[in-house]
Design a binder for this molecule. Structure first.
Ligand code: IMP
Ligand code: MG
Length: 419
């Protein structure tokens, strides 16, 4: 019997690499698409028939009728956001009910988490999306999180919720904010529990069944490698594991079922929120890239910071994730540019580095060493890589030579095919 497999799509930069579009293009070939980490902080933008769709929680795979989708235990689930997403999709004619699954173990994001996240930011946080992500994961490690499956045992549910509210109210008091009453939290919860009650299952075992039946499973990563809570640019990170290891932990499967790791990166770099950014552009090139690339946050609307592609960090991300298939996106943004820079190493205290750990203390001290490329035109109209202008070909070749892997696919237009 033919055995199935798992492929993973994840971000190699600071999120917003265009994973949503890549997953959308790929997912027709998968029977199950799974989100394994993060929460409603993610914003996956997909254009269909010129119309912009942003999904925060439901895997982008939902847009293909034959694909089922799942939210695994590594995600933190805000049922209010999920409710709006389901209603929005159904109103657009996408059937959602009956096609999505949620792991019993998925922790719930409550209104007090979101409130705290906002207050922490006001007092000088790290630039979070204020979706309650960090406080929700904290409660998991504190071992009093409410997980989706807890609704099955009313007594147990009420006793942990009591503990969780008590603790979180103490946090709100610390910030001088109004506490939440148990009654209002319960009312909120009752309004949205339908979103997961009928969808509960063991997603790890769902994946197992799928593979045993010869199915193809796609893991849809959110955020990016440099935002990983352990291996990213701490403390300017999100609170989950955005890397390959995060998929294994967050969805519950072993490495031997993994076939491909697609690592998505933009032809340049963007970052939302605070933290060092060695190749950041604060000039007209930066403005131009942001404008042409429409670099505004899909979740928060914040303007994204923009910089040249940074190979020392890209190489790190490829290593950490064991990427087998690099995917470059948004190359068309450079169409008509007279000069494009590429950081090929870092200089620090008179020494050169080809790869670097994204520690804040290092990233604040390095200066990128650039190579320049010219002759960027006709990118949008290319049908194969042979059609690219010489400058574009050289740019691609230089990246491939540096990372030591062929770029598997290139995206150069919102609705075009990959080449
Ligand atoms: P949090 O995940 O809301 O706690 O935010 C932590 C950091 O991750 C901030 O710098 C956010 O801007 C960033 N971040 C979180 N989610 C995304 C995303 O989907 N795309 C880009 N940046 C993100
Ligand atoms: Mg995004």
């Amino acid at each position: 019997m033919k055995k199935g497999y798992v492929d993973v799509v994840l971000g190699l930069q600071w999120g917003d690499e265009g994973k949503g579009r890549i997953v959308h293009l790929f997912s027709k070939d998968y029977s199950l698409v799974v989100r394994f980490q993060g929460g409603a902080n993610a914003g996956h933008t997909v254009y269909i028939g010129g119309k912009k769709n942003v999904l925060h929680l439901i895997p982008t795979g939902i847009l293909h009728n034959n694909t089922r989708v799942a939210i695994a235990s590594g995600v933190v689930l805000d049922p209010e956001v999920l409710a709006h997403e389901i209603e929005f999709l159904e109103s657009e004619g996408v059937k959602v009910k009956g096609r999505y699954f949620i792991d019993y173990r998925t922790p719930i994001v409550f209104p007090f988490h979101k409130k705290e996240d906002g207050l922490f930011e006001e007092k000088g946080g790290i630039g979070s999306t204020k979706r309650g992500i960090a406080p929700a994961y904290r409660d998991v490690y504190q071992r009093f999180a409410i997980r989706a499956g807890d609704v099955l045992d009313k007594k147990h549910f009420e006793s942990i919720l009591k503990k969780q509210i008590e603790f979180n109210n103490a946090v709100l008091r610390h910030f001088g904010a109004k506490e939440l009453k148990e009654k209002e939290v319960l009312e909120w919860f009752d309004r949205y529990r339908w979103t997961f009650e009928d969808a509960l299952c063991d997603v790890s075992l769902l994946i197992k069944d799928e593979i045993e039946n010869g199915g193809a499973v796609l893991m849809e990563g959110a955020q990016g490698t440099l935002l990983d809570v352990f291996y990213g640019n701490y403390p300017y990170v999100t609170s989950s594991h955005t890397i390959l290891g995060g998929a294994l932990i967050g969805a519950g499967f072993g490495h031997s079922v993994v076939r491909r790791v697609y690592g998505v990166f933009k032809a340049y770099v963007t970052r939302v929120g605070k933290g060092p950014f060695p190749t950041e552009l604060n000039d007209e090139n930066g403005e131009k890239i942001a404008k042409i690339g429409d670099e505004y946050g899909a979740t928060t609307g914040r303007k994204r910071r923009v910089g040249w592609l940074d190979l020392p960090l890209l190489k790190y991300a490829i290593w950490i994730n064991g990427v087998t298939h690099p995917v470059m996106t948004k190359l068309d943004v450079f169409d008509g540019f007279l000069r494009v820079n590429l950081a090929v190493s870092y200089e620090m205290s008179g020494k050169q580095y080809e790869m670097i750990s994204p520690l804040t203390s290092l990233l604040e001290r390095v200066s990128p060493v650039y190579e320049s490329f010219t002759d960027f035109h006709g990118i949008k109209y290319a049908r194969t890589r042979d059609d690219f202008s010489d400058g574009v070909k050289k740019y691609i070749r230089r990246i491939e030579e540096f990372i030591g892997i062929r770029i598997a696919s290139i995206s150069k237009g919102r609705e075009d095919n990959l080449i």
